[in-house]
Design a binder for this molecule. Structure first.
Ligand SMILES: [Fe+2]
Length: 401
């Protein structure tokens, strides 16, 4: 079973998404992004890459709509001598993993290769709620939810109790994830201890070898997040390393996003990457979403679906490297100016900063686009090693000296 809350008219929208062979025997099935995440969640791009008599499928998306498109490609390759399909996930989030069980219908042998640190993420509800609970220790997160729209009950409930707000949120997420079968119980685990190092010019990466591919363990968006490198096509699929909502969770690492984008930029400079895209680049849906929500891109390269050639690839990774670095630096500047402050206080102060990176994030509202300014602040403080103390019900952070 996959995601089941598709709303009327959405199938028509999904049908606009493209299926494109972006390199020989490398297929990109464009996913979906809407202007209302909590009602019409994103669906990741899905990639199918032939490797001799095997087919690697990277991510499976959210909506059942995509199953037939995946099966059609699998049937075609099966008829052409492919014997096995290997499913891998850049991450375990539901928008990447809700059609995992489509491989059972492939008519081929299959394996679901799952990186060990990501196993717990596939327990969707427990994983998300644990992240909310970690943030609860630092500030009243539910009071940060929009008072307008469908998150209003969560905000209002937070005035009564944290537990009530959490229960309402949890009930909604439970419904969202209901009945999704992601095959986590049938996965072949890639142990952390089995990771190997590989060098590409100046850049050394750690990950798992899978056929001709290298699954790079970047631990950016999630603890077990991977990007996929295909040396034959000089192709880098960066998953959610390059998405505007990072760090989307308290367990996300903005520092790993910055350093990973830097490594990929260097690989492009040194001629190892000439084709790059990620899990949510979309020319069919993204421009509309940006327009509807009045979001201004920090760089036009955001609006592409696939970066082609050395220069575009360098620009793509550099743009995200700069974007993340500016977010971090702006927050640390604000905090240094303010002195001791709580996360909501720093978040409020950040709203006064006028910078393309921060402006994009200010304009994202959690129910519409799942990028939370308060979570960004919390992660930056954590990774900067800011010390904190509890005073009454408030957790106060001191800027680093
Ligand atoms: Fe994603």
């Amino acid at each position: 079973m996959s995601y089941r809350l598709t709303i009327p008219g959405q199938e028509k929208e999904l049908r606009r998404s493209f299926t494109r062979e972006i390199a020989p025997d490398v297929w990109m099935l464009e996913g979906y992004i809407s202007d209302y995440f909590l009602i019409k969640p994103a669906s990741s791009n899905v990639f199918l890459l032939r490797d001799g008599d095997a087919l690697l499928m990277l991510d499976s998306g959210t909506y059942p709509f995509y199953r037939e498109r995946m099966l059609e490609l699998m049937r075609r390759y099966r008829a052409d001598g492919v014997k096995r399909v290997d499913l891998m996930l850049t991450q375990g989030h539901f928008d990447h993993a809700s059609n995992n069980d489509v491989i059972l219908e492939s008519g081929m042998d299959w394996r679901f290769l799952l990186q060990e640190p990501e196993v717990r993420v596939l327990d969707y509800l427990a994983d998300w709620m644990a992240d909310f609970r970690d943030l609860e220790q630092l500030y009243d997160i539910y009071a940060q939810f929009d008072l307008g729209g469908i998150t209003a009950p969560v905000n209002l409930a937070s005035r009564i109790s944290v537990g009530l707000a959490r229960s309402i949120l949890q009930a909604n997420f439970r419904l969202m994830f209901l009945g999704i079968r992601n095959l986590s119980d049938r996965a072949t685990i890639l142990p952390s201890a089995a990771r190997v190092k590989r060098r590409f010019g100046q850049v050394e990466l750690e990950g798992w070898e899978v056929g001709r591919f290298f699954a790079i363990h970047d631990a950016s968006h999630t603890p077990g997040h991977i990007s996929l490198y295909d040396p034959e096509n000089k192709l880098l699929l960066s998953g959610d390393v390059t998405v505007e909502i990072n760090p989307a969770f308290y367990y996300s690492s903005l520092e790993r996003c910055i350093s990973t984008c830097g490594q990929f930029r260097r690989m492009a400079e040194e001629g190892y990457i000439e084709l790059a895209t990620d899990s949510h680049r979309s020319t069919t849906f993204f421009p509309d979403v940006m327009r509807t929500l009045r979001l201004t891109p920090f760089d036009e390269i955001e609006m592409t679906d696939v970066a082609r050639g050395r220069e575009e690839c360098i620009r793509f990774f550099r743009a995200f490297e700069d974007f993340y670095s500016r977010l971090r630096d702006d927050i640390l500047d604000v905090h240094a100016r303010m002195g001791e402050a709580t996360i909501p206080e720093i978040t409020e102060e950040l709203r006064a900063v006028d910078d393309a990176a921060v402006n994009l994030r200010k304009a994202m509202r959690f129910q519409r686009i799942p990028g939370r300014l308060d979570v960004l602040v919390a992660v930056v403080l954590k990774e900067a090693g800011a010390t904190s103390r509890r005073e009454g019900g408030r957790v106060i952070f001191s800027p680093r000296a």
